[in-house]
Write a protein that binds this ligand. Structure first.
Ligand code: G4P
Length: 525
């Protein structure tokens, strides 16, 4: 019974955005509402300062600081909320993709002037693939932005999701008056920055009542006109459509001014899903099962040579996690127990004695874990859904120190287990290929190989468009494909066949020529 109650009162989600849309500001305001922090600026987020973009050591240092805030837990209205922070820097996008495997829903922040930006598109693709429920927060209404109807069109078309406004803005920029809450039927007026924290809303039972004019003056008529259009165009909120990722409720506000954040949080608590089921290779795992299961979705290595420890982040999927208890590390078939598991509460790290589905536990690791590893109370299951995504940059990696070949191999193996980059081996010449989402990772690998493994490597450029995991129902066609494309066939770390497409054109040509082969941009399909 206790387990079920704990599950029901948990919400685990990520805030995602294109850099600068306001993810950090919104996260911080959510924490302020939850009482988890008391002053703005208390949370050092995963945001990587712009000045440091070319200095990866500086970035790693900042990432080190941000471990503590990778997960921010707090209680609000009796609900335990876990916000998983995602790195703002696009070179760490793969970290973000993996974080999305560990959440039950997301809040997407959009800059009202910029609309849908490239990073948002990519992250939303991952959410769509996983049918993750999405709430949209349109931010920076205090600045002149796009027309809200245009913005809603853009959201629908580019994010391929139906939108359903929950609030509607009145004016924008210097003429921003506030928002009308369509479902609570009240008006929230935007005044100055300090007053927003506990702004009371004004109940408007009848939109045609003079009260609206008293508060909004000349803006009242425009609001009535807009709301009629809103009711005509957009569907009513449907819980099922939201929970299956088909419909996104949309809120308007200004995170910096604390405006619209409480409405967002309150609605989130009402509608956001509790910890969900997870698929394993063998069966579906339900959170209320009494036995513990969970998977590692992120590993954070400490770059400080004096503290060579790593933290593996475990998402609990079922049962109860207890400190100092033996759990089975399924891949290694080894029992492990954890003396100092960590939970994260806002800007503090705490030792946990127990944790429940939806929670994230930080485990100090000396090299036992890799991304996707499963922990159980003995059952041999393997969680699915922690796919590798096709990298976007590829280089051949060469050994630069012949007597340290073994160190290089070990270093590459471990760093790619951690998820720093992906490793492929070309089937025709056995050369190793490193694939990453961001260019910085190549520097990170070179540096870490040298400092942690005493190995040296050089890179050789290669022109590749995508790595495609391939499958076919026809063995003959697959064999034929592999024979003809032998120069472009590689193997990933799990031994799966991967086609390295040189260009978009080469991929399209192969797809046309081999209709029986399915090309996937992620390792799970
Ligand atoms: P990110 O994590 O998504 O990258 O964005 P972040 O919250 O850091 O916000 C990016 C910039 O946008 C910040 O300004 C922040 O103050 C500003 N911002 C966030 N929300 C609002 C809003 O509602 N209205 C307005 N006008 N600005 C907003 P900055 O100058 O880049 O950084 P800072 O010096 O203020 O920290």
């Amino acid at each position: 019974m206790e387990l079920e109650q704990e599950i029901r009162r948990r919400r685990t989600f990520a805030v995602i955005a294109h850099p600068d849309a306001g993810k950090t500001t919104l996260t911080e305001k959510l924490l302020l509402f939850g009482g988890a922090i008391h002053v703005a600026g208390a949370v050092k987020s995963n945001k990587i300062r712009k000045t440091a973009t070319s200095d990866f050591m500086e970035i790693e240092k900042q990432r080190g600081i941000s471990v503590a805030t990778s997960v921010m837990g707090f209680e609000y209205r009796g609900v335990k909320i876990n916000i998983l922070d995602t790195p703002g820097h696009q070179d760490f996008a793969e970290d973000t993709y993996r974080t999305l495997t560990a959440v039950d829903s997301v809040i997407v922040v959009i800059d009202s002037a910029k609309g849908v930006e490239p990073q948002t598109l990519k992250l939303m693709e991952v959410c769509r693939m996983r049918k993750t429920p999405v709430i949209v927060f349109v931010n920076k209404l205090d600045r002149t932005g796009q027309d809200p109807f245009d913005l809603m069109d853009e959201l629908e078309q580019q994010l391929h999701i139906h939108v359903c406004p929950m609030t509607w803005p009145i004016g924008s920029g210097s003429a921003f008056k506030g928002v009308y809450n369509l479902y609570e039927k009240n008006l929230q007026l935007f005044t100055s920055q300090e007053k927003q924290t506990i702004a009371d809303s004004i109940k408007i039972n009848d939109l045609y009542d003079n009260e609206l004019d008293n508060h909004l003056g000349e803006y009242a008529a425009k609001l009535r006109e807009n709301l009629e259009m809103v009711h005509g165009i957009y569907p009513n909120p449907q819980a099922d459509d939201y929970l299956t990722g088909k419909q996104a409720p949309v809120f308007f506000g200004s995170a910096l001014n604390n405006f619209g954040v409480r409405e967002l949080l309150d609605c989130f608590l009402d509608i956001a899903p509790t910890p969900k089921n997870f698929e394993t290779e063998e069966r579906t795992v339900h959170p209320e099962e009494p036995k513990l299961s969970g998977f590692i979705f992120k590993i954070h290595a400490n770059m400080d040579p004096n503290h060579r420890d790593r933290i593996a982040f475990l998402r609990i999927c079922s049962g109860q996690f207890k400190r100092n208890t033996n759990y089975l590390h399924v891949r290694l078939m080894k029992n492990l127990k954890f003396a100092n598991p960590t939970s994260f509460m806002a800007d503090k790290k705490l030792m946990v004695d127990e944790a429940y589905p939806g929670d994230i536990v930080g485990i100090y690791d000396t090299g036992n874990f890799k991304i996707g590893d499963t922990l159980t109370e003995g059952e041999q299951i393997h969680f699915r859904g922690i796919p590798s995504f096709s990298p976007e940059l590829f280089r051949y990696v060469e050994n630069a120190d012949p007597i340290r070949y073994k160190q290089l191999a070990k270093g590459l193996e471990q760093l790619t287990d951690e998820g720093v980059a992906q490793l492929f081996v070309n089937q025709s010449n056995n050369r190793k290929i490193i694939g990453t989402v961001g260019a910085l990772q190549f520097d990170v690998i070179q540096y870490r190989l040298e400092h942690e493994y005493g190995a040296a490597c050089t890179y050789q450029p290669m022109q590749l468009y995508k790595a495609c995991w391939i499958e076919s129902d026809s063995k003959t066609e697959m064999d034929d494909f592999k024979r003809r494309k032998w120069q472009f066939m590689a193997t990933d770390k799990e031994g799966r066949d991967v086609f390295m497409a040189e260009s978009q054109y080469a991929l399209a040509a192969s797809q046309e020529k081999f209709p029986g082969i399915r090309f996937h941009f992620t390792s799970e399909f």
